[in-house]
Design a protein around this ligand. Structure first.
Ligand code: R5P
Length: 303
């Protein structure tokens, strides 16, 4: 059951920097003119996290910023600890989770699989989180698993602005590697004022093998920009880039919100013909070129 959890902006705001997201938290606090609360986290030799809140959040509205990039479970548990302590001390807690791990597990695709995102929703609520803000959740239907108000901002227009300002794009075409990112590529193309297309991708749910369907395209003289919510192993982008090269695209740029870049993803993509890789800072890496702090601040400012 949904609750009416509108933010009480009459309370003092603080932004709490979770151990995974100091930069985004500092940026958000600065944009909102809010105090930045410090959270100390140490690891015991066996790997347990010990988290300590260094500022008093009593009767305040607190935005706890903690992205759930790898190690996902550790970052998630740190978020649970911080949220529980703050809500126990009387704070009105909003979880700001720039990268929401487990969002791809939003239904039982194969019998016996767990809807892990639903479990996370349940646990966040049980530790006192009253609303969730994330960035480019994998699919909008995942938001429906939350029994607290949940909102996803999109970094795609910022990625498009970055592409427009930093690459001298020639007659560009924006490309979605699968139908799941069609609306994202449409939003990207709207900023670039370009054409866009979506490939049809299927993934074997047991082996993980990807098949991307061929299309009849002539991309000679046209730069192609692949846009996706996340790059994990780079397999989806690589399959797509191979086809774009085959169709004649002189330059292929891969852009995403969440650049997880696991298991040699960059090498795989480069070998497939990708010339540039750009991501936001929801997952910090050398590819994080677009800051999502202003985007999240904008969400709070327009409440
Ligand atoms: C899947 O539908 C997502 O939108 C991404 O395309 C996918 O998770 C990327 O994973 P990988 O980089 O391992 O292909």
């Amino acid at each position: 059951m949904k609750e009416n959890n509108n933010l009480d902006l009459s309370k003092d705001w603080i932004v709490a920097a979770g151990p995974a997201s100091l930069d985004i938290a500092a940026g958000l606090a600065s944009k909102l003119g809010a105090k930045l609360a410090k959270v100390e986290s140490i690891d015991f030799p066996d790997g347990e996290s010990k988290v300590k809140i260094l500022d008093e959040p009593r009767n305040k509205s607190v935005a706890i910023v903690q992205s759930l990039y790898p190690p996902q479970d550790k970052h998630l548990f740190q978020l649970f600890l911080i949220a529980h302590k703050m809500s126990e001390d009387g704070a009105d807690v909003t979880a700001v989770v720039p990268y929401l791990a487990y969002a791809r597990q939003d239904k039982e695709f194969l019998r016996g699989e767990i809807v892990s995102l639903g479990v996370i929703s349940h646990l966040l609520r049980s530790v006192g989180v009253r609303r969730l803000v994330t960035v480019d959740i994998h699919s909008a239907q995942g938001l429906g698993l939350f029994s607290i108000p949940a909102y996803s901002c999109s970094a795609v227009p910022l990625l498009a602005e970055y592409a427009s300002a930093n690459f001298n794009l020639r007659n560009p075409i924006a490309v979605s590697p699968d139908f799941g990112s069609s609306s994202r590529v449409e939003a990207f193309a709207a900023v670039l004022k370009s054409e866009y297309i979506s490939f049809k991708k299927t993934r074997d749910r047991t082996t993980g093998e990807i098949v991307t369907e061929e299309q009849k395209l002539n991309l000679r003289g046209r730069d192609a920009v692949i846009v996706d919510d996340m790059i994990s192993t780079g397999g989806s982008v690589a399959k797509c880039a191979e086809l774009l090269k085959k169709y004649g695209a002189p330059r292929v740029i891969a852009m995403c919100t969440h650049g997880l870049m696991v298991g040699g993803a960059a090498d795989k993509m480069t070998a497939a013909g990708v010339d540039e890789i750009v991501a936001s800072n929801t997952v910090p890496s050398r590819y994080s070129k677009v800051d999502v702090a202003p985007l999240i601040a904008n969400y709070f400012q327009t409440l």
